[in-house]
Design a binder for this molecule. Structure first.
Ligand code: NHR
Ligand code: GAR
Length: 220
């Protein structure tokens, strides 16, 4: 059954574009039923419109509290009956009110090798810490910010001349654009789930996130 997918964005939407493309060519057995942005300037809005996807704009500035915003978010999304909610560069921390509505059905991609460097400004943090490696992580979204169970991680070596900009570019092109469509494809096929025992992928409980070697040929 083709999964109904909601994508939440705040920015450029390159991850969104990769998901749009993977749905269009059948690598993801899913349909993006809505793209919701909290920012009117988000470049991803035009990408959604070009693909004929419904766009919802919901600015957090119009709400007095995080709970009021999340209540509006829940009701706006409910109209689209999503099976899966995908955070793709969404920059607002969500309260338990929203997380509870989509528990176990929501993924995020974070630009670091979690549990290293949760939160913002991860590329700067990697350089400041002198890390030898950097990358990105897809994880289930829980109440613990950037702390939900991890699914897949991709990494590469940091170079002596790297800057936050060069790191961001490699995280995106070498890792994020491959692992996120793959993770959403697994979820849409029912091959990935969050169970009481942890993350289940292809019938096995993961003891650690899988790596780039688990990415199928079609997503490389
Ligand atoms: N919400 C919950 N409950 N759990 C997670 O794991 C979440 C989440 C919401 C967003 C993405 C996350 C990331 O990948 C994400 C994961 C925004 C902030 C943040 O500090 C931190 C982490 C993430 C996203 N946001 C500021 C805020 O006050 C606003 C920053 C801005 O607008 O530029 O919400 O990194
Ligand atoms: C991505 O690198 C994503 O990992 C990161 O923002 C970028 C979004 O790019 N997410 C966060 O930092 C969440 N706090 P995109 O809009 O072009 O997909």
């Amino acid at each position: 059954m083709t999964a109904r997918i909601a994508v939440l964005i705040s920015g450029e939407g390159r991850n969104l574009q990769a998901l749009i493309d993977a749905c269009a060519d059948g690598r993801i057995d899913g349909r993006i039923v809505v793209v919701l942005s909290n920012r009117a300037e988000a470049g991803g809005i035009a990408r959604a419109q070009r693909a004929g996807i419904a766009v919802e704009l919901l600015s957090h500035r119009d709400y007095a509290s995080r709970e009021a915003y999340d209540t509006a978010l829940v009701s706006r999304l409910a109209a689209y009956r999503p099976d899966i909610v995908v955070l793709a560069g969404f920059m607002r921390i969500l309260t338990p009110l929203f997380i509870g509505a989509y528990a176990g059905r929501m993924l995020n991609i974070h630009p670091s090798l979690l549990p290293r460097h949760p939160g913002l400004h991860t590329h700067e943090a990697v350089l400041a810490a002198g890390d030898a490696e950097h990358g990105a992580t897809v994880h289930f979204v829980t109440d613990e910010l950037d702390g939900g169970p991890r699914v897949i991680q991709g990494q590469f070596k940091v170079r002596a001349d790297d800057t936050p900009q060069t790191l961001a570019a490699r995280v995106m092109s070498e890792v994020e654009l491959k692992i996120y469509p793959q993770a959403v494809a697994w979820m849409a096929r029912g091959e990935l789930a969050l169970t009481a025992g942890g993350v289940e992928l292809h019938g096995r409980i993961l003891t650690a996130p899988v790596g780039m070697d688990a990415v199928e040929e079609a997503f490389r």
